[in-house]
Design a protein around this ligand. Structure first.
Ligand SMILES: [Zn+2]
Length: 444
């Protein structure tokens, strides 16, 4: 997918110079963005780690690449930083970008309050630096802080990070960001003859903003554009991300007619035509999934049916290496109406699996069900295989055969996905099973 971006840069005649100035070769651009073989999933934690020089976008704009990019915009009167990446990447970005310009940092603009954008604010902030955010930013940060332990636990599981370290990072005073300028719809300023227009563009978060620099026809769009279908719902947990907000915000950016679109994840999209093509398709794909979900809801379909049924038509398919359509369908469905599914059993606190142990006992025990699980997985339905293994484990939590059947199902699912987050959560599941297998598994 990032190959397309690189190719856009290459194809644009007048921007051909870009590439040679960015990195030594196309391969290194791809490697730096963490591009992988077609049958592999992206490891988000490694993106940009081989970058040795800041990416030069044009004569004034430079990019540090990471899971969370940092942008530097130079002016004769000092610099502007857009986003600051995550805590573990921010220092590397600062080193790369200060090699380009060590002039004073006049403004830091944060496209939203996620930690992979605010992790380096303390490194860039100097005496007199203004920090610009949309007005909802502090409220959004307060929501994340309120659930800091929940998110730390999930992020640690998702990326196989150390949970204690993540918890202490999220509570560190360095993580506190206090904006000095907030705005509702729009904030304009000028620095060294360059005009900056900052717009409210809610999408991935309610506080999301985009930065427009008319002089360079450059739009910094934060997380509202990915090189994949977006995460309208993300597995680590999120309050609803409104599909129609993305659509309206992408329209706002398209209206500006940018020559550069600079997402905070991934590489720049360069040139009017590739930008219109990419953003239009992106917008239409989100609208399509939203409309199909709403139609299904009104037709009386349940959420799981729609997760299976709603598929993007070929002309809107943009890959699902980051977000997944199925998760987004559920995100839209439950974002609109919450969790109750008209089944009276769902009203009560007993989990949907409450009778699994009884059923496994009636079936003849965990061993029998584990064998069925393995057979089902081998026949190509690893999702059902996983459910059967979980049922067996509900009856006997350390049953070796059931643990092995579960591991086999998780492995089969991991082999078949290119989605980085799905891959990561399957890995989390596998580590848990492995831990139990390494302990005292019983039975066969
Ligand atoms: Zn982000």
């Amino acid at each position: 997918m990032s190959r397309n971006w690189t190719m856009n840069i290459i194809r644009r005649g007048k921007h051909v110079w870009l590439l040679s100035m960015l990195f030594c070769s196309q391969t290194s651009v791809a490697q730096n963005f963490g591009q992988v073989a077609p049958n592999q999933a992206i490891d988000f934690t490694r993106i940009g780690q081989n970058q040795t020089e800041a990416l030069k976008v044009n004569e004034a704009i430079y990019q540090g690449i990471g899971f969370g990019n940092t942008f530097l915009i130079t002016t004769p009167d000092g610099n502007v930083i857009v986003d600051t990446s995550s805590p573990n990447v921010a220092q590397r970005h600062r080193e790369l970008l200060t090699k380009v310009s060590a002039a004073p940092v006049r403004y830091i603009i944060l496209t939203h309050g996620h930690g992979d954008h605010t992790g380096g604010v303390h490194l860039w902030k100097q005496e007199g630096t203004q920090i610009i955010t949309q007005r909802i930013f502090p409220e959004f940060r307060a929501y994340q802080d309120r659930l800091a332990m929940f998110f730390a636990r999930n992020n640690a599981a998702q990326f196989n990070f150390d949970e204690a370290r993540l918890k202490s990072l999220s509570q560190s005073p360095q993580n506190t960001v206090t904006p000095t300028i907030v705005f509702d719809d729009r904030y304009d300023f000028e620095l060294g003859g360059t005009r900056f227009e900052v717009f409210h563009t809610p999408g991935e978060t309610p506080d999301a903003l985009s930065v427009w620099v008319p002089k360079y026809k450059a739009a910094f769009v934060g997380d509202n554009v990915y090189d994949s279908f977006p995460n309208i719902y993300t597995l680590r947990g999120t309050s609803p991300r409104w599909a129609l907000d993305y659509v309206a915000s992408i329209n706002k950016v398209l209206k500006l007619q940018p020559e550069f679109v600079l997402p905070s994840h991934g590489l720049p999209i360069v040139g009017h035509d590739p930008i219109v093509k990419r953003l239009t398709k992106y917008r239409d794909a989100i609208q399509y999934v939203h409309d199909a979900t709403v139609k299904g809801m009104n037709d009386g379909k349940d959420v799981f049916t729609l997760m299976r049924e709603v598929k993007l038509p070929a002309e809107l398919d943009m890959g699902e290496t980051y977000g997944k359509v199925a998760w987004s369908v559920r995100g839209i469905y439950e974002g609109y109406v919450g969790w109750f599914d008209r089944n009276p059993a769902t009203m009560y606190s007993a989990s949907p699996n409450v009778a699994d142990a009884d059923l496994v006992e009636l079936a003849g025990g965990a061993g029998v069900v584990a064998a069925k699980s393995r057979a089902v997985t081998q026949a190509g339905d690893a999702i059902r295989g996983l459910r059967l293994a979980d049922a067996a484990l509900a009856r006997e939590p350390t049953h070796r055969g059931a643990l092995e059947a579960k591991l086999a199902a998780l492995q089969a699912l991991q082999k078949s996905t290119r989605n980085g987050l799905e891959h990561a959560w399957l890995g989390y599941g596998m580590r848990g099973v492995q831990k139990l297998l390494d302990g005292a598994g019983t039975g066969d």
